[in-house]
Design a protein around this ligand. Structure first.
Ligand code: FES
Length: 76
């Protein structure tokens, strides 16, 4: 599932980055910033960081939220 077209990042890339940079689900904005900084997601055209983007299957914000939830469920 494509999350950033410019960098060819998939949901799996985001999930891997979340595993490497753990954050609390409540810190979604901090987590998004950390992911953007660590893998440069959203750094080129910025479309994937907007509320709507027809270039990707899943917005960066939604991918980070889903990956955080998945990481949290794996801890329980
Ligand atoms: S689609 Fe992510 S920066 Fe362009």
């Amino acid at each position: 599932m494509l999350v950033c077209e410019c960098l060819d990042l998939t949901y799996e890339d985001i999930k891997r980055a979340i595993d490497e940079h753990p954050h609390e689900l409540e810190d979604i904005f901090k987590a998004i910033e950390a992911i953007k900084e660590s893998i440069r997601a959203g750094d080129i055209c910025g479309c994937c960081t907007q509320d709507e983007c027809n270039k990707v299957d899943m917005l960066l914000r939604d991918a980070v939220t889903k990956a955080l939830r998945s990481a949290r469920e794996n801890l329980i």
